[in-house]
Design a protein around this ligand. Structure first.
Ligand SMILES: Nc1ncnc2c1ncn2[C@@H]1O[C@H](COP(=O)(O)OP(=O)(O)OP(=O)(O)O)[C@@H](O)[C@H]1O
Length: 208
């Protein structure tokens, strides 16, 4: 699905990593590990097309990303580590806006169902500014339930601020996506009860 070869990432005047090669196949869950500041978020942002690599190549189903951008972005769900909500809008409005911005036609009823599924049934009509950190995180994660058709999920710290039950629920959702033929690449500093242990890509040992 995704093939990364000889990737290098420069931030400011600091080379975070170089010569990074790995692949991600359907059904796989890949956890990017390593200490704070090693470059995990930078790697995910680079793969999501938000920044450019200093060197190396990313292929999507065998085609260099530069020539497969449209197809890649149709197949990708990227959730960054910040909740990125408009505080004046409700969870429902935020979710519909995020879907529209990503080019997804999300019916109101489907969005309501996704928010209920993620545990926000009682917060549907509240302004996002009054939500707790865990609830803000859940608004973003509700997109998972509207993105089954996107095979590749790249998630930066998706478990942050979630309670124990929500962590277990999210781990089950990600495991189910992989079992259905999707792939997940994520960063997290905490353990989660995945159905199968994730493959680990440790950036710590590769840092420059
Ligand atoms: N514009 C920049 N100029 C210089 N350094 C930068 C710039 N942007 C990011 N960095 C540095 O790049 C490094 C990698 O940051 P990144 O957010 O990718 O780390 P991370 O592994 O995700 O860390 P964490 O576990 O804390 O989330 C950090 O040391 C950060 O300070």
């Amino acid at each position: 699905m995704l093939a990364v070869s000889e990737l290098a990432c420069l931030k400011g005047d600091r080379l975070l990593f170089r010569g990074l090669s790995f692949s991600l196949e359907p059904g796989e869950l890949l956890r990017v590990a390593g200490p704070n500041g090693v470059g995990k978020t930078s790697l995910l942002r680079l793969l999501a097309g938000l920044t450019q690599p200093e060197a190396g190549e990313v292929r999507w189903h065998g085609t260099p990303l530069a020539r497969a951008r449209e197809d890649f972005h149709r197949g990708l769900l990227y959730l960054g580590h910040a909740a990125a909500l408009n505080d004046l809008l409700t969870p429902l409005e935020n979710l519909r806006f995020a879907c529209a911005a990503a080019g997804d036609e999300a019916e109101e009823t489907a969005c309501v169902r996704a928010l209920e599924r993620i545990g926000l049934a009682a917060q549907l009509d509240l302004p996002a500014r009054v939500l707790s950190q865990g609830q803000r995180r859940r608004v973003g994660l509700a997109r998972l339930f509207l993105s089954a058709a996107r095979p590749l999920w790249i998630l930066d710290e998706p478990f942050t601020a979630l309670d124990v039950n929500a962590v277990a629920d999210l781990a089950a959702t990600l495991s189910a996506h992989c079992e259905a033929g999707g792939a997940v690449m994520l960063t997290t500093h905490q353990e989660a009860p995945f159905a199968r242990a994730p493959r680990v890509l440790d950036l710590g040992g590769r840092a420059c």
